[in-house]
Design a binder for this molecule. Structure first.
Ligand code: 6CR
Length: 235
C-alpha cells in the first residue's frame, strides 16, 4: 500500500534497505548533503525529509523520525512494512543518568526500557524487552573498535515525557543501571522485531542529568562526527 499516509513514494526501490534516522529532518538533510553522493530527496510530507544516496558506493537512505515514540512509530512502521526496509539505524542525542557516562560519549542502546505503553498493542502475557539487533550491534562494535572510537553499551530509557513533573524520577532508572534517556528507541526496536527486521540506536550524550553539564556547539559537532562515522560504516 504505497504511497503511505506519511511517505509520498510510489515505487519500491526509491528507499534503500538501510535507513539512518535522526530525529530532526533538517539533520537528515545535513547528513544527506554532507556524507552521501548524489542525494535525492524522496519525501517532504509534513516536512519529514527523506533522502537516498550512496556512501562509498553503497545505497543508503536518511530520513527524520521526529521526536517521541508515536512519531518514530509511524515512520519506521511504514518504512519496514511497506517499503522493504530491512535495517534502521537511529542516530540521536540523549541525556546521561550515570556518573561515568560523560557528555560527548557515544552510547549504543543494547536494550530500551520505556515508560510508553507501545508494547500493549501486542497483548503479551508479560513485560517485553525491546532489544537492538545483534548483527547490527556486533558490526557496530567492530567498527567502533577499528576506528578507536570508545562506545558505552547498555540499557537506555525511551521516555514519553521530556519535562517530567517529578524532575528526579530519572534517579530510579539510574538505580537499575540505565545509562541515558532519549525518546524513540523502544518503539523502533518493537517495530523492527515485529517486522522481522533489524534496528539499533547510536546516541551522542548531549547533556548530563548528573553533572548538569551540556555540550557546547563545537563539542556536539565532534561527537556527532564520531557517531556518523560508525553509523555510515554500519549502513
Ligand atoms: N527525554 C529526554 N531527555 C533528555 Cl535529557 C534528552 N536528551 C536528548 N533527548 C532526545 O532529544 C529529543 C528531546 O530534546 C528527543 O528526541 C530525545 O530522543 C532527550 N530526551
Amino acid at each position: 500500500m504505497i504511497p503511505t499516509p506519511h511517505i509520498n513514494v510510489s515505487e519500491q526501490g526509491v528507499i534503500a534497505e538501510t535507513v539512518l534516522m535522526p530525529g530532526d529532518p533538517l539533520r537528515a538533510k545535513f547528513i544527506a548533503e554532507t556524507y552521501l553522493e548524489n542525494p535525492v530527496q524522496f519525501n517532504s510530507v509534513r516536512n519529514m525529509f527523506g533522502f537516498t544516496g550512496t556512501y562509498k558506493g553503497k545505497k543508503v537512505s536518511v530520513m527524520g523520525s521526529g521526536m517521541g515514540m508515536p512519531s518514530i512509530g509511524i515512520y519506521s512502521y511504514e518504512l519496514l512494512n511497506f517499503y522493504g526496509v530491512k535495517n534502521i539505524i537511529r542516530i540521536g542525542s540523549c541525556g546521561a543518568i550515570q556518573e561515568d557516562v560523560k557528555i560527548r560519549d557515544i552510547i549504543i542502546g543494547m536494550s530500551a526500557s520505556t515508560t510508553s505503553n507501545y508494547a500493549s498493542q501486542y497483548n503479551l502475557p508479560g513485560t517485553y524487552a525491546p532489544t537492538a539487533s545483534w548483527p547490527l550491534m556486533k558490526k557496530a562494535l567492530t567498527i567502533a573498535e577499528n576506528k578507536a572510537i570508545p562506545v558505552k553499551v547498555g540499557n537506555i530509557l525511551s521516555a514519553d515525557i521530556f519535562y517530567d513533573d517529578e524532575p528526579e524520577v530519572w534517579k530510579r532508572w539510574a538505580r537499575m543501571g540505565v545509562l541515558a534517556i532519549e525518546m524513540e528507541a523502544a518503539a523502533l526496536y518493537m517495530n523492527a522485531a515485529r517486522a522481522g527486521a533489524n534496528a539499533i540506536c547510536i546516541l551522542t550524550v548531549s547533556d548530563s542529568l548528573v553533572s548538569h553539564e551540556a555540550t557546547s556547539a563545537e563539542e556536539r559537532q565532534t561527537s556527532f562526527t564520531n557517531m556518523m562515522e560508525i553509523a555510515l560504516e554500519l549502513a
